[in-house]
Design a protein around this ligand. Sequence first.
Ligand SMILES: [Ca+2]
Length: 476
Amino acid sequence: MLFVLAAISGHISAQNEKPDSLSESKPNIILIMADDQGWGQTGYYDHPILKTPNLNDMANNGLQFNRFYAGAPVCSPTRASVLTGRSNDRSAVYTHGYALRRQEKTIAQALKNAGYKTAHFGKWHLNGLQGPGVPIFKSDKCSPGAFGFDYWLSTSNYFDINPIMSRNGNFEEIQGESSAIIVNEALQFMEREKNNDQPLFVVIWYGSPHGPWKAEERAKKGFEDLKATHQEHYGELVAMDESVGSLRKGLRNMGIGHNTLVWFNSDNGGLKAFGPETVNGLKGYKGEMYEGGLRVPAIIEWPAMIKKGQITDFPAVTMDIFPTVADIIGLPNSSMVHPIDGTSLKPLFQKDIKSRTKPIPFRMRAEGAWIDNHYKLVIKDIDKSSYELYHLKTDPDESDNLIDRETEIAHNMIKAFSEWHSSVESSVKGNDYAGGLSQPDIGRILWTKSPEYLPYFKAWSKRPEYKKKLKKFNQE
Ligand SMILES: [Ca+2]
């Protein structure tokens, strides 16, 4: 740890910013995540109609990943993997909507223990509530606060224009576009906190470009020839990109941009409704174990430590976020529940590395995948042992199944996946926690079936985002 800190402070001194306390040698860390943005939906991958000037600029100024994977092909499971460094089933987040197990240890808790002030803004989706995003109760056992966030302005799920959000448990309607709201709030938080002793850990999880699609008129400029839902969807992406620009500009204006690590990625692959350009022609979409369902845009920007203009083909995954941050800060091994499925990407900050030692595992809804550098095993049905094998370099669109031709590689990968699968089964039973599983899993429920929310139904029944769900409570 001392070595890491010395290395970081040495580098900063070279940039004429002199750290004079321990906290200043710890970078601020900001994780930002899109909701359903596909791998093809950026300007820097030459999307045919979408321009993302701010993401392009961020990519130019940092480290761009060409092979970055969401931890799972849908929402909550990937979010769990970000917070724990573990594949989703280990923490009982079996698919979207499931609550994160309370015995898990999160990156927010670890950084809080290391002296960081922590905050979450936006979509949460780890408290077991399904249905359009609602504000989260203070008493919620799986709120952001329960998992290590000091400050939070959050909704249970996706949210759009003028949402009702929860500020540390207090419900508040906030006017504005959803991406702009959470970035502005995050900047205000950082402005308030930046002169305190504590470094900052800020998580910004967008509700865009997830449906229902509702963009501001001005953001739909240039998309007039598209059908209505497409105009709204791309408009949400435009607004999200603008908010990335506001965030980066805000950090520079506050004078903290240099030693702040900003990590951007999406939470799963693109949506089929918006065509093959959404996933840049890859096979499959959100929900599938093929590349289109898993591969997402990702960038790390950290001017103090990452040279601008780096692009890597190193395969990386959201499960790497926690181990990477732990490596940078020097967090103790005990800050995570083991086994961890990710690996530290810190060595990539200094030099490009071609080959990954630790394969990337996926398991969700009895499907799986196992990525070992260029080879990928796809398991369509774990119970039936149905396997496909692809070589992603020579066959990026996963059209040539090698399972019967590359038999030795197939055999080794199936064996490795099966051993990993057994270890996940053990995690599901609670064997990773000292003393075993001590609390029942919360599972998931539609909030319209949750008695706690009942008192709000009448008042919310006219709101556009809840109207359909609460029709019977609308008495007009
Ligand atoms: Ca999503």
